[in-house]
Design a protein around this ligand. Structure first.
Ligand code: SF4
Ligand code: SF4
Length: 93
């Protein structure tokens, strides 16, 4: 069975650099920046090739930085945003 292409968008300015997403990603296609930081001074993840659209990053990120899309980059992908886990679960956005 062919794998469905997938990608994620990352709100790098909201990221607090906790690295949870990097550790949870099964194909290990998220890597933290080494020198670049966001406006708050945190390193943030960047996406390599090979995302499977598993949504684990979106589910684990405390700051809801991820949106997951299936259907291929640049196409009319279907947004598969992770479970928000209810208001207040991740603190003030
Ligand atoms: S959706 Fe899954 S494979 Fe893609 S970046 Fe997130 S954790 Fe990794
Ligand atoms: S889980 Fe969210 S806050 Fe933590 S490093 Fe990844 S994108 Fe940033």
């Amino acid at each position: 069975m062919a794998r469905v292409p997938a990608t994620v968008t990352i709100d790098t300015e909201t990221c607090k650099g906790c690295v949870l997403c990097v550790d949870v990603c099964p194909p290990r296609v998220l890597v933290m920046t080494t020198a670049e930081v966001n406006a708050k001074g945190y390193r943030y993840p960047v996406l390599l090739d090979g995302c499977t659209g598993c949504e684990l990053c979106a589910k684990i990120c405390p700051d809801f930085c991820f949106e997951v899309y299936r259907g291929g980059p640049g196409g009319a992908g279907v947004e598969m945003q992770g479970d928000p886990r209810g208001a207040g679960a991740g603190g003030v956005r």
